[in-house]
Design a protein around this ligand. Structure first.
Ligand code: NAD
Length: 360
């Protein structure tokens, strides 16, 4: 079978890690027709548009995409293209496994966590009011009147919507994921003790959804700040975590840190009938074009993609090859060597070459 897949190289280090992942995926023998489309700086240069229409159209048609990271300027200009893609396609579940691989430097061993982050709501919904604007001042007065609280006039305001609908579908997704992949436990992470009407909904809904799964999956609750400490002290006590958007973003980076950093952390954004696979890391602009960064996170995102398109054998084969190269520690990038300036470290494409050699 030939799979039609959208390929978004992205910017910064995106094109390099995407090239490495594409080569590895093709070397598994899976047949893919790639529809290569530009988004981010690449698209501004070519079409004067950061997210041209054909990107979303291509993903809608093919239902699967592999995407490189895209730069988001801080504080001004356009909102994140990455967030825009997730929202436009309603890719509501962000799945980020954090797994230990022998050979990758980390104080921890044998970690196997999966972070499932709600992708559509919360402070990432993009409802923000800029300091000093007329509508912000109006909103502040209205809020003061309704909430009987003082808000400083020179405040900016971000709104945090969390609905029953989105909470239910993400928690269900987490339990279904746990069942499908033989996981033992789902932990819902929240701050409902303080944010009673937003995180409160998330927690209450999770408790309801959990009732349908208690016969097969253990359900636990954790407050996000305590969760951060527990993950550092006893990460092996956890299995699948389900979180609202912002906590999910932060905790998934923490978990990437537990298993050796962003260079080895893959991810997926999944909706009801389509998915976009991308590494947790960003575009690391300072390394752009240097053939230096670690392609593992992008390649492992490709492994998740292969499983999604039901090419499990190819996925297993590619993951095994990645494992071997990591365990050997010879043909790996600088970040995986004992010292960053290790002269034996190899480039992005050379690490991909080593992985391809180990495919059988
Ligand atoms: P980043 O992940 O791009 O880089 C932070 C640091 O992590 C890098 O300087 C580098 O030291 C290390 N790193 C990242 N990827 C690596 C790899 N593959 N191999 C080795 N080391 C690696 O985070 P940032 O600097 O906060 O963000 C840079 C840009 O990327 C920003 O514009 C940000 O908005 C964007 N971003 C995009 C996405 C996405 O496309 N999904 C995700 C996160 C950040």
């Amino acid at each position: 079978m030939i799979h039609n897949i959208t390929l978004i190289p992205g910017d910064g280090i995106g094109p390099e890690v995407i090239r490495a992942a594409r080569r590895c995926i093709e070397a598994t023998g899976v047949k893919v027709t790639w529809d290569v489309v530009a988004a981010g700086q690449d698209a501004i240069d070519k079409y004067g548009d950061i997210l041209p229409k054909n990107v979303l159209e291509s993903i809608k048609k093919n239902k699967v995409a592999l995407k490189g990271p895209i730069i988001t300027p801080i504080g001004e200009g356009f909102r994140s293209v990455n967030v825009a893609i997730r929202q436009a396609l309603d890719l509501y579940a962000c799945v980020r496994p954090a797994k230990s691989y022998p050979g990758v430097k980390s104080p921890y061993k044998d970690i196997d966590l999966v972070i499932i982050r709600e992708n559509s709501e919360d402070l990432y919904a993009g409802i923000e009011f800029e300091e000093g604007k007329t509508e912000t001042k109006e909103l502040i007065s209205k809020l003061e009147e309704l909430a009987h609280k003082k808000i400083r006039q020179d405040s900016g305001i971000s709104i945090k919507p969390i609905s029953k609908y989105a909470s239910e579908r993400i928690v269900k997704f987490a339990f279904e994921y746990a069942v499908k992949y033989n996981r033992k436990k789902v932990t819902v992470v929240h701050k409902a003790n303080i944010m009673k009407f937003t995180d409160g909904i998330f927690l209450k809904t999770a408790r309801e959804v959990a009732k349908d799964y208690t016969h097969k999956i253990i359900f636990e609750e954790a407050i996000v700040d305590n969760m951060a400490m527990q993950l550092v002290q006893k990460p092996r006590n956890y299995d699948v975590l389900v979180l609202p958007n912002l906590y999910g973003d932060i905790i998934s980076d923490l978990c990437a840190g537990l298993v050796g950093g962003l260079g080895v952390a893959p991810g997926a954004n999944i909706g009801d009938d389509m998915a976009v696979f991308e590494a947790v890391h960003g575009a690391a602009p300072k390394y752009k074009g240097m053939n230096k960064v670690n392609p593992t996170a992008m390649i492992l995102s490709g492994v998740l993609m292969l499983r999604y398109i039901k090419e499990d054998k190819a996925a297993d084969k590619l993951e095994e090859a990645v494992k071997k190269v990591l365990a050997e520690g010879r043909s790996v990038t600088y970040d995986l060597k004992p010292y960053c300036d290790d002269p034996t470290s190899v480039g992005t494409q050379e690490m991909a070459d080593a992985i391809i050699k180990n495919l059988k």
